[in-house]
Design a protein around this ligand. Structure first.
Ligand SMILES: [Zn+2]
Length: 239
């Protein structure tokens, strides 16, 4: 009877609503689907019915999210350019990429966008975070997967991760750092390693992958530009 009253489901709106649900944190901030899934598992624990049902549904959920994100990207007319880009190692910047847009203005970047750099990497304060000292380490050319980094880029990657962790410990008093790489959000698929100061008093429900609950904060909710610049100068001295 219900089948007679309602049209068959169309895959696009189902994927879109799954994507909305599975890429938002409990308080409405944008999250990667893998982080969202991890958050559900860690909230309910491995034996809970919700975790077991989510585990079964994971392939459907992730494929719906990827399908919706691909459709959104196609609507923006970026698919062709992305394909060219992946095929070409020569391309150093990519318009429509936040990180490359910043790199294009390298000489005039504010301290928060150019905390430190070498020939291959640049360190910036993360944008839209509520946590002072949340850093991102980005390659200076457009790379969308760690596998496409060159040996030269790889050779200083570990050094930067450790040096930034030491400097953050000095500057913020954090007990350790989280080092994480996803590069999944639209416009932010340029490889970026998050280096996150884990403060001693970080609430239990924001530890591990749930720390991404402190991202997606804009306006008064996020770290202000002048605070980021101040942190950048402090870290610059320590590096
Ligand atoms: Zn880029």
């Amino acid at each position: 009877m219900l089948n007679e009253e309602f049209d068959q489901e169309h895959p696009e709106p189902v994927a879109a609503s799954t994507c909305c649900d599975m890429t938002a944190s409990l308080d409405g901030h944008l999250l990667d689907v893998d982080v969202r899934l991890m958050e559900i598992h860690s909230r309910y624990g491995p034996e809970h019915l919700v975790s077991r049902s989510i585990a079964n549904a994971t392939p459907c959920v992730t494929s719906a999210v990827r399908a919706d994100q691909a459709a959104a990207e196609q609507r923006r007319g970026l698919v062709g350019r992305h394909a060219d880009l992946i095929a070409s190692d020569d391309m150093t910047t990519f318009s429509g990429c936040y990180t490359c847009d910043q790199e294009a203005q390298f000489d005039t970047l504010p301290p928060r966008e150019r905390i430190a750099f070498d020939d291959h990497w640049r360190v910036a304060h993360a944008i839209g975070t509520a946590l002072p000292g949340w850093l991102v380490l980005v390659p200076r050319r457009h790379v969308t997967t760690v596998a496409h980094l060159s040996d030269a880029e790889a050779s200083t990657l570990g050094l930067w991760q450790v040096r930034l962790s030491r400097a953050l410990r000095e500057a913020t008093g954090c007990v350790k750092t989280y080092v994480v790489q996803f590069a999944e959000l639209e416009g932010f698929n340029h490889v970026h390693f998050h280096v996150v100061p884990r403060m001693r008093d970080l609430p239990e429900d924001l530890r591990g992958p749930r720390v991404f609950g402190l991202m997606g904060r804009t306006g008064a909710d996020g770290v202000q530009a002048d605070q980021m610049d101040e942190m950048a100068v402090t870290l610059g001295r320590l590096l």
